[in-house]
Structure formats: C-alpha cells, structure tokens
Design a protein around this ligand. Structure first.
Ligand code: PLP
Length: 423
C-alpha cells in the first residue's frame, strides 16, 4: 500500500514516510492509494481491540517497514478499555475516553507515538503542536518520556480551561508547554512558521503530530470496525454510528471502516453551531467559514480539514451527500440534552457527546452506536451546575490534575518561541 496526496501533486510514499511528513508537499492530505477489502467473517476468532485493530490495519501497512511490528504497536498503543455499553437494546455507547487524557484523541496520539518510536529508532525528533484543548494533552501524554523526542506544546495563555491547562503543563521532562500571549491562531502560525524555517528545523527532525496526520486517522478506522463487529455479535444487526464532528477526523474513520467492508449501516455526523458539514449534507454547497465559539469547543471548526479526505474517498458530490446524515446542534440544545440524558438515561455526558445524543432522538430507526468523545469530568464547570452534583474523576485524570503545572510564557512571534526553546 502506498500513500498519495488528496491534491494529486506528489509522488507516492510509504506509510512511514507519510506519517513523518504529516502533510503532503502540495498542501494536500495523505490518503491510501486504494481502499482494501476485508472479509468480516475472517474476524470471528478475534475479540480484543488490539487484535482486531492489527487485522483491520494490516492492509494499510502492507509493504511498509513497520508491517511486521503492527500487532506490537497496537498492543502498546491501546492498553486501555474500549467498551461499547448498551444503554437500551437499540442504542450503544462507544466510550472512546478511557485513554491517558480521557478523550478519543488518545487513540491517534498513542498510535502515532508507537509508530514514530519504531521508524528509525535512534533518530532525534522535535514534535511541535499548537492546541486549543484536547490535542496537545493527548500528544503530550503519548510522547512523554520517549527517548530522543522533544515535545513543544503551544497554547493560548488564558484560552484553555483549568483542567485542560493541567493536561498540557503537568508533564515535565521532555514535554515543554508554552503559554502564548495570543490566540490559538497565533499558536498555529508560530508552528507553521517554525516548519517553514528550514535552518531552525534542520537537525531537529521537526515533525508534526496534528490531527491531519494519517497515523492518527488509522486507529479511528479500527475502532469503528471493532465496535461494528461487537455490536453485530451481540444483536445480529449492523449498527449505524452517530459521531460528533469538528475537523471530521473521527468521522472520516467511520467512512473508511464502512468502505473496507465492516458491517456499518448509516453514518450520522453531529455538529455544534458551526454548521459547515451539516449544511453540505443537507443539500447546500460546501462553504468553509470562520468558526464561532460553542460549549462543545473541541468541535469549533468552520473549515474542517478532513473534508478533503471525504471528497477524495467519494468524488461524486451527490453520492457523497447521500453517504451521511448530519445536523447542527446549538448550545441551548447541548445544555438541555446533558440534563435530559442524565435524568432519563442515567448517563453523564460531555458537551460534544451531547450533540450526538440530541441527534439520536431525531432518528427513528433502531441500532445506533453513539461515539462518546470525551469524559464528562473534563467539562465539570459546565456540567456540574446543570446536573447538580459532582462528576467522579477517573484515576488517570486525577493523577495529572494533582501535579504542579509548568508553562513558559512567551510572546506571539516565532522569534519569541525560538528564544524560549533555546532556554
Ligand atoms: C477533537 C474532538 C472532537 C472533534 O473531532 P474531529 O475529529 O475534529 O471531528 C469531538 N469531541 C472531542 C471531545 C474532541 O476532543
């Protein structure tokens, strides 16, 4: 299997190269040059997620130097729970939040880190990420303590919640956090400029771990595949999925899993008040726009970068429109849904997951699995006053929250970052 750019302007590369480069040279995103087929029956002896993931992703690693190591990569990366909990006979909850930072981004970040450690193990690498919340924490957790790797996390000073800040700043060692006097866009600009600055990047093995990296997408294909198999073994039915969508990386995983041949029925994408995706699937043109802030802030995206991967997967625009359902869910509906799901279902859910639950109630057909993207304890400031009680904090979150965070305050220019990095 080789990897090509969605824009068609670069030569084919191996998966390892695509993961190290992050973005294709022509500005496009790396995608596999063909979609393999799996036979779901051949998965019947497999039960655990690491086993199923290794089998599901094997065709994507075919011919890559890491091919033989894939089962070990999956065992090391996915050493936490991945339950599908049955809330009612016809609705399951895929809990994607049992990793080190309690959000689904742990799957991609852990997987990418395990791959990086095995591609050219002696290499020195510098991983830089700009973050407005979950991505930075997941990347920090995944690369913390890895030999030969230096990590720089840039976040907007004052622009993240107290718990998010601890998840960015509480690591120490090879992970440094920079509180930028500016916005998330400033952080992203500094990282982009650092990549463009060849003299600075040279010798540091500058690499990106952001969410458009193909290495972060692959595990997301695997967990939709695994959840569909588990659901069918239990009910005899092929499930449909409802997925909270922002940059659409998580959602694209489900499209690939269905294309591969896993027993997946419909795909429904729940957006917050940023309606770019919902407008498209409801018949409008694809029209990227500036994002607006919402309660489901990890989905505050007006120009979802992974849409390009969807278009590449299903080039015919009408066929693509028919391939998913979508709605846009406002903040008031998010609040009501958190409250109602607590009262009626006895579940405390995060504001992102709430968009998917809201969508569930609009859909009459049975057999849906809702993707729960983060643990509610990360959003206690919103949820606790709504439901009127404390949310139990998972052990791994309590541990990082107990550490003293440390961030280096910097200005919003590349020069400021470079000076601070040298120390
Ligand atoms: C990142 C994130 C999302 C959005 O996922 P995309 O892949 O960007 O669509 C949803 N919920 C949570 C909790 C997230 O961290």
């Amino acid at each position: 299997m080789k990897y090509i750019s969605t824009r068609g302007g670069t030569a084919k590369v191996t998966l390892s190269e695509a993961m190290i480069r992050g973005l294709a040279g022509d500005g496009g995103l790396f995608v596999p040059d063909n979609i393999p087929s799996i036979n779901p029956e051949s998965f019947s002896p497999l039960e655990t997620f690491p086993e199923i993931a290794a089998a599901a992703l094997a065709p994507f690693f075919a011919g890559d130097p890491l091919e033989k190591q894939l089962p070990g990569i999956c065992r090391s990366a996915f050493d936490f729970d991945l339950p599908v909990r049955f809330l009612r006979n016809d609705t399951g909850l895929l809990e994607l939040f049992h990793g080190p930072t309690c959000a689904f981004k742990d799957f991609g970040a852990q997987f990418l880190a395990e791959c990086f450690m095995r591609i050219d193990p002696g290499a020195t690498r510098t991983v830089l990420v700009a973050t407005s919340g979950d991505t930075g924490g997941a990347v920090a957790a995944a690369f913390h303590g890895r030999p030969g790797i230096e990590v720089g996390i840039l976040y907007p000073d004052g622009g993240v919640s107290a718990r998010q800040q601890r998840q960015l700043t509480g690591w120490g060692g090879n992970v440094r956090a920079f509180a930028v006097a500016g916005s998330f866009d400033d952080c992203q600009r500094i990282v982009k400029e650092a990549f463009a600055d060849r003299t600075w990047g040279e010798g540091r093995g500058l690499t990106s771990a952001n969410s458009i990296n193909i290495g972060r997408l692959l595990p997301q294909i695997a967990y939709y595949g695994a959840a569909s198999l588990w659901y069918r073994r239990r009910t005899g039915a092929s499930p449909a999925f409802i997925i909270p969508a922002g940059n659409l990386g998580n959602g694209v995983g489900a499209f690939y899993a269905r294309q591969l041949g896993f027993p997946i029925d419909k795909i429904a994408l729940a957006c917050n008040a940023n309606p770019t995706i919902a407008d498209f699937f409801n018949g409008g043109n694809y029209r990227p726009r500036p994002s607006i802030p919402t309660l489901a802030n990890a989905m505050d995206v007006g120009a979802p970068s992974n849409f390009e991967r969807l278009q590449h997967l299903i080039p015919d625009i009408e066929q693509l429109r028919g391939a998913a359902l979508s709605i846009s869910v406002g903040d008031e509906q998010i609040r009501e849904t958190i409250l109602r799901v607590d009262r009626e279902w006895g579940e405390i859910i995060c504001p992102h997951t709430a968009t998917a639950f809201y969508f569930r109630d609009q859909l009459n057909s049975p057999h849906w699995i809702i993707a729960a993207t983060a643990h509610p304890a990360k959003f206690e400031i919103l949820i606790e006053p709504l439901i009127g009680r404390k949310i139990p904090v998972p052990a791994q979150l309590a541990e990082i929250l107990s550490r003293e965070g440390k961030a280096e305050k910097i200005g919003n220019r590349l020069e400021d970052f470079k000076r601070a990095w040298k120390g």
